[in-house]
Design a binder for this molecule. Structure first.
Ligand SMILES: C[S@@+](CC[C@H](N)C(=O)[O-])C[C@H]1O[C@@H](n2cnc3c(N)ncnc32)[C@H](O)[C@@H]1O
Length: 332
């Protein structure tokens, strides 16, 4: 009984219930919670600390930031989910919090969008600051294999570089991005590279305007570290992946370069293999691989970041039915 009593005690306070409601919408930092709740940082930190020590909330330190999220397993998760299911949509305080959360998120998206609009024309140069573009692209092509794809989607396409890299290997390719400035450059680049079967469109990666299982290659190149909800983004991308299709994600391994947050709109300082691979598995992908591209310290790339490539595949219908058959047999 003791852990249950501790968890219920930790939760039974109005501000902590509000925190629970906010974290049910995704990971947040203390300063974001402070902004929404309108209480002092020490007060909010104390509430969070109590929720964390009761196992309701998990603490994820990363550089000088700490993200908080609801526990995703154990008693803490069960208690949190049960209480959240009791929240009423009519509850004014919670509804106002969610409105304020939307405007905090909106301000962040606006800041990132302004950043991308500003850097769009220098993006190719900024991208290669970390590791030579050529090495990353060669490794990515090797990971995708020497095959022809029917339909490719590049998520967060920016200036459309991935469409250029895979253009010859796809019958048809689409890039999506939220930044009009980036999309304008992508259109010019595709025209210059004479890739009439590649196009770009304005869209939010959390809500892709495509039917399920449409693409047999999906790339997400240096996008996840800008996002609030990389796990949700991967799930939406996986929805659009056809059976037998390949998803390739390129991003940084964990690092400590805080200035990338301050000057380059990064939200996350890289990702561990465990984290990305569990998101991919949850999104229904298998045959997961990862490759690390370590910086060549003799080169002039000053930041020395390790670039990672993760790939995963959606099982073919025949594979998934034989897998579930095998599972059924092992269970009986
Ligand atoms: C770092 S750039 C990478 C561009 C390109 N993939 C590359 O590597 O050159 C990240 C891109 O993600 C886009 N982006 C960020 N959030 C997005 C969202 N919610 N929906 C669509 N695109 C988004 C940005 O506008 C930006 O162009």
């Amino acid at each position: 009984m003791e852990p249950l009593v501790t968890a219920l005690r930790a939760i039974s306070e109005p501000t902590r219930l509000r925190i629970l409601s906010l974290l049910s919408r995704g990971e947040l930092t203390v300063s974001e919670l402070v902004n929404v709740l309108g209480q002092s940082q020490p007060r909010v930190s104390r509430h969070i600390k109590l929720l964390a020590s009761a196992g309701i909330v998990e603490r994820l330190p990363e550089g000088t930031w700490v993200f908080y999220r609801l526990a995703d397993q154990g008693l803490g998760q069960q208690v949190a989910q049960s209480v959240i299911s009791l929240f009423s949509k009519q509850e004014q305080v919670l509804a106002r919090d969610l409105e304020r959360l939307e405007s905090v998120k909106h301000a962040r998206i606006h800041a990132a969008d302004t950043y991308f609009a500003e850097v769009a024309k220098d993006w190719a140069q900024i991208r290669s600051l970390h590791l030579s573009e050529g090495s990353v692209e060669a490794a990515l092509c090797a990971a995708a294999g020497n095959r022809q794809f029917k339909s490719m989607l590049d998520i967060g396409t920016g200036t459309g570089r991935m469409l250029e890299v895979f253009g010859a290997q796809t019958d048809r390719a689409t890039g999506i991005d939220l930044s009009h400035a980036m999309l304008n450059l992508a259109r010019l680049n595709l025209e210059k590279s004479d890739l009439p079967h590649c196009s770009v469109r304005h869209s939010d990666l959390y809500n892709l305007p495509f039917e399920t299982a449409k693409f047999d290659l999906i790339t997400i190149h240096q996008v996840l570290h800008y996002l609030d909800e990389p796990k949700t983004a991967l799930a939406e991308a996986a929805r659009a992946l056809a059976p037998g299709g390949l998803m390739a994600i390129v991003d940084f391994a964990p690092h400590q370069l805080e200035f990338l947050r301050e000057q380059h709109a990064h939200r996350r300082l890289g990702f561990t293999d465990g984290e990305v691979e569990s998101w991919m598995r949850t999104a229904g992908l298998g045959k997961i691989t990862h490759t690390a591209l370590r910086p060549d310290t003799s080169e002039t790339h000053t930041n020395h970041l390790t670039v990672k490539i993760w790939t995963g595949e959606r099982a073919l219908a025949s594979e998934s039915s034989s897998q579930s058959k095998a599972l059924e047999e092992s269970e009986t």
